[in-house]
Design a protein around this ligand. Structure first.
Ligand SMILES: Cc1cc2nc3c(=O)[nH]c(=O)nc-3n(C[C@H](O)[C@H](O)[C@H](O)COP(=O)(O)OP(=O)(O)OC[C@H]3O[C@@H](n4cnc5c(N)ncnc54)[C@H](O)[C@@H]3O)c2cc1C
Length: 438
């Protein structure tokens, strides 16, 4: 097995796979390590903002996305108790991709990972990174092959953490996770068939102690995702002690948001409810950090604005833009250059993503408190265009990546397609039913 690389990327979510594709296509020798077997379901609202579609197109998967996604998301609604307020979603300037889409993570993540493989990245899956030692310019990662339990040491001068929120590689999170707080947020997701939700409508839910979203994605599957405070979750469970947690959440959401009750009337749960938590929104990047971090490993916004995948995809592009601006040999041999790149990347990251993270925090706290949500709902009712404006502020149509870089990768994708290396072949080989794992 090959063990020496230019870069090791930990995690093949949207952030990690994007970085692996970008670096591999630029001639880097990349290892992409993923501990789970794909396709896999994931707790996520599954809405991909319009701002990301040019990036996904440049990575070569837009045709497969279109074939598998639901209708373009043109409208937004807020559902709170018996109220539903509608407005339009803002349109991006790129005429080809004015609006976002909803698509299962089992499809999106599998497509991206397959593109990484086609682009030349060495995909190690299911392999888990167990420990990291070293410094910029000289990293060693111990990885475990999960099917055989064999351990290997991978070495690379560049290390990119794209491991999302739920793994504790070199952070103080396990300790903080042990400190149980009433305000801890737990996230849930379920899919339904035969829901009666309007096509192209992205609905945001607001209820006591939590918030969420419901949307109709591809294959007629509706995604319902939400976050609930620990104390509220416990009181909902106590009120329905004999029921499973998914049933409790579903009953509570139907009671608190009439729009959900209406949408799920006659719907059938597909698969089981998934849960993760507690969430830990905040910035994890440090200008002096030695490991490059992208996606949720760099920072996490409250998912009320549904911008986590945007931050994952766009942070991968931002970091790679910086890595690729310098001479490849210098980046992999010169640790000072890596520190300089880190500083510039962190600056960019903060400029692009901090405003939407702050907005997400404010909206999340309002949505969870009926006394604050009620006046805001009244304002939105009188002026629905404020919701369109809010979605714009949340970053729905703003892409952080420079057009030159997008065009460069589009050209590479086009030439890959001409040489018949295409993700569509892969999609054809996957029966869509098999993509959905219960
Ligand atoms: C309730 C909820 C709703 C959401 N709704 C939306 C939405 O509608 N739109 C949106 O854009 N975002 C949404 N998000 C946010 C979005 O899901 C995340 O921001 C996004 O998945 C982050 O991508 P990532 O690539 O950084 O990490 P992930 O997608 O979490 O991927 C990380 C990968 O790393 C792997 N990994 C972890 N540790 C290791 C290890 N040690 N070794 C090997 N592999 C490892 C994991 O298996 C995983 O596959 C939502 C989140 C929640 C909780």
């Amino acid at each position: 097995m090959q063990t020496k690389f230019d870069a090791i990327v930990i995690g093949a979510g949207p952030a990690g796979s994007s970085a692996a594709i970008l670096l591999s296509r630029a001639g880097w020798n990349v290892a992409l390590v993923e501990k789970q077997i794909f396709p896999r379901r994931k707790v996520c609202g599954e809405c991909i903002a319009a701002s990301n579609l040019p990036l996904l197109d440049a990575l070569g998967i837009s045709a497969a996305l279109r074939a598998n996604a639901g209708a373009e998301l043109s409208k937004i609604a807020i559902m709170h108790r018996d109220q539903i307020i509608f407005s339009n979603l803002p349109e991006a300037l790129d005429e080809r991709y004015p609006l976002g889409i909803a698509l299962g993570r089992e499809t999106l993540d599998t497509l991206l990972l397959e593109q990484a493989r086609l682009s030349g990245a060495q995909v190690l899956q299911p392999y888990s990174v167990k420990s990291i030692i070293g410094r910029a310019g000289d990293w060693s990662c111990t990885v475990k092959a999960l099917e055989s339990n064999a351990l290997f040491i991978l070495q690379a001068p560049v290390l990119i953490a794209a491991n999302g929120s739920w793994e504790t590689i070199q952070s103080d999170r396990p300790q903080r996770r042990l400190e149980r707080k009433a305000s801890d947020l737990f996230a849930f997701k379920a899919n339904f068939t035969h829901a009666t939700l309007e096509n192209g409508l992205l609905s945001v839910l607001s209820f006591k102690g939590g918030y969420g979203g419901i949307v109709l994605g591809g294959d007629g599957l509706t995604t319902l995702a939400c976050c609930i405070r620990r104390d509220c979750l416990e009181s909902y469970r106590l009120a329905m002690p004999k029921l499973g947690i998914g049933t409790v959440i579903e009953a509570m959401l139907k009671r608190e948001c009439k729009g959900v009750q209406h949408a799920l009337n006659g719907a059938t749960l597909k698969g089981r409810w998934l849960t993760v938590g507690p969430l830990d929104p905040g910035v994890r990047l440090r200008a002096k950090g030695e490991i490059f971090r992208i996606g949720n490993a760099a920072g996490e916004a409250h998912p009320i604005i549904g911008e986590g995948m945007s931050m994952a995809l766009q942070s991968a592009w931002l970091l790679c833009a910086h890595l690729l601006k310098s001479d490849h040999n210098k980046v992999i041999t010169n640790s000072q250059l890596q520190h300089d790149i880190q500083r510039l990347y962190v600056q960019d990251w903060r400029k692009q993503f901090l405003p939407r993270m702050r907005l997400a925090t404010a909206l999340a706290h309002i949505a969870m408190r009926p006394s604050l949500a009620k006046p805001l709902i009244t304002i939105a009712k009188n002026c629905p265009s404020l919701m369109t404006f809010g979605a714009r502020l949340a970053g729905k149509v703003h892409c952080a990546v420079e057009q030159d870089m997008i065009s460069f990768y589009s050209t590479i994708s086009d030439s890959m397609k001409k040489s018949n290396i295409s993700s569509l072949g892969y999609m054809d080989s996957l029966e869509s039913k098999r993509l959905y794992r219960e």
